[in-house]
Design a protein around this ligand. Structure first.
Ligand SMILES: Cc1ncc(COP(=O)(O)O)c(C=O)c1O
Length: 433
């Protein structure tokens, strides 16, 4: 496939003319992709409102409303047009605009123009769409060594990326030194993926560390690198300590340097507690990206959505639009935040008990859904995990020599007994070894 489709050529020309760095950072697949404005979707849009309209592949009732079964319709009170029909491959425009506006509210220091978020099928799909545009097989993906396990399947095995990991932590904080080292080396294109609050560690950089991360990226851009910074902001907003950076790195990065391209991946999944709704967003920005470039990028992103899942649940999008317009949406969110923060504080209180240090130590954590404990040498996390299941009625995730604990899903009253169970399993394993 060497020739670009004429619609891809148009988008490529727009991008190359207005932002040659962005064009050079696109993957081969990214250069080929386009949104088929002139195909079925375009022809259907042109026929909208016609009396005899036989374009779109849905079925209508005799009165022209979407055909539907009463046994399904009885479960919701959404207008049939907001539920049964296909949503645009870009996502519902009202939802996209609402999410964009909310980005500026959630990130008060964000000033620059950003693309209109494109809706994806959850963050998993949003990440995948971003990779489609920006990484070629065998290209390196720079990522901290503590990352969400599904990145392996998605980026290594589907996209063929080579992971170049760096140490997440140094002493009790984020290892800016390790990030800097990982980014050094010969000048060229570098794709970096950062996820804060982090899964699995539950760590977000302090304000100072966030400033240093931004400085490292700027240094590299000034040295001649082209950096594509992908931000997985799945757990955005769940920061529990003062002094921790509580905006997205998107804000300070988008206006940093012409050679820094920023892609924000976020969504309703964790932020609004709708894991099964499958709504994620991809928003791009970078210094020098004007409206034409951002529009061309949106068309490419929507082209990948069209090619992979066609479009995203219309019902989920419509419910979220209503939610974001509800007057006490913010108050409801604050209530859930307070509950998760209380669980975080309970974990901290429980872990003040000195005996736990005999068998495990907590990795730095201050945000999100999780925290990790590193087991003392001689303890086998996988063996203990199965023992915890069998003998202690307790489930945790074993990762190497650590356990990941999703305290987000534990009632406050159960948190002490969970750690007591871990302690008992560890001590009994040490006694029998
Ligand atoms: C860091 C991180 N990114 C992305 C996702 C995927 O989110 P979604 O369920 O919206 O696909 C998860 C889910 O666990 C996650 O932990």
């Amino acid at each position: 496939m060497s020739q670009y489709h004429p619609l891809a050529t148009q988008l490529n020309e727009t991008i190359e003319t207005h932002h040659s760095v962005l064009y050079s950072a696109l993957s081969q697949r990214g250069k080929h992709i386009f949104f088929p404005f002139s195909g079925i979707l375009g022809q259907t849009a042109e026929a909208k409102g016609k009396k005899w309209n036989a374009t779109i592949g849905i079925a209508l009732e005799e009165d022209g409303s979407p055909m539907r079964l009463q046994c399904i319709d009885s479960h919701t009170d959404l207008a049939p047009e907001d539920e049964y029909t296909y949503a645009s491959s870009f996502g519902k425009s009202e939802l996209r605009e609402l999410w964009r506006k909310m980005l500026y509210v959630k990130n008060p220091s964000l000033q620059a123009e950003v693309s209109v978020p494109v809706v994806a099928c959850g963050l998993t799909h949003a990440l995948s769409v971003a990779m489609y545009l920006f990484i070629d097989p065998d290209e390196s993906l720079i990522v901290p060594d503590l990352y969400w396990g599904n990145y392996n399947l998605m980026f290594k095995y589907v996209y063929g990326a080579q992971f170049q990991t760096f140490s997440t932590f140094e002493n009790s904080g984020f290892s800016v030194r390790s990030l800097r080292e990982s980014l050094s080396g010969s000048v060229g294109k570098k794709v970096v993926l950062l996820n804060f609050p982090n899964n699995p560690s539950g760590y977000t950089p302090t304000k100072e560390e966030a400033g240093e991360i931004v400085s490292v990226i700027k240094e590299r851009a000034e040295a001649g690198d082209t950096l594509v910074v992908l931000l997985d902001d799945a757990y955005f907003g769940l920061v529990y300590e003062d002094g921790v950076y509580d905006e997205s790195l998107f804000a300070p990065l988008v206006d940093l340097h012409e050679r820094v391209i920023v892609v924000k991946i976020d969504g309703a999944t964790k932020e609004d507690y709708v894991w099964g709704y499958r709504i994620g967003f991809i928003t791009c920005a970078g210094k020098g990206m004007n409206a034409q470039v951002l529009g061309a990028l949106e068309a490419k992103l929507a082209g990948v959505v069209r090619a992979t899942v066609s479009n995203v649940s219309h019902m989920s999008q419509s419910i979220l639009i209503q939610a974001y317009k509800t007057t006490d949406y913010e108050a409801q969110k604050r209530e859930k935040y307070a509950l998760l923060k209380a669980r975080y504080e309970k974990v901290q209180e429980v872990l003040r008990e000195p005996k736990y240090k005999e068998v495990f130590t907590a990795l730095p954590y201050n945000s999100g859904y999780f925290m990790c404990v590193k087991l003392r040498e001689g303890l086998d996390a996988e063996a203990l995990r199965t023992q915890l299941l069998k003998e202690y009625d307790t489930g945790v995730i074993a990762i190497g020599d650590m356990f990941r604990i999703a305290y987000s899903s534990l009632p406050i009253a159960d948190i002490p007994s969970l750690f007591e169970n871990l302690y008992s399993a560890c001590t009994s394993s040490l006694r029998s070894s």
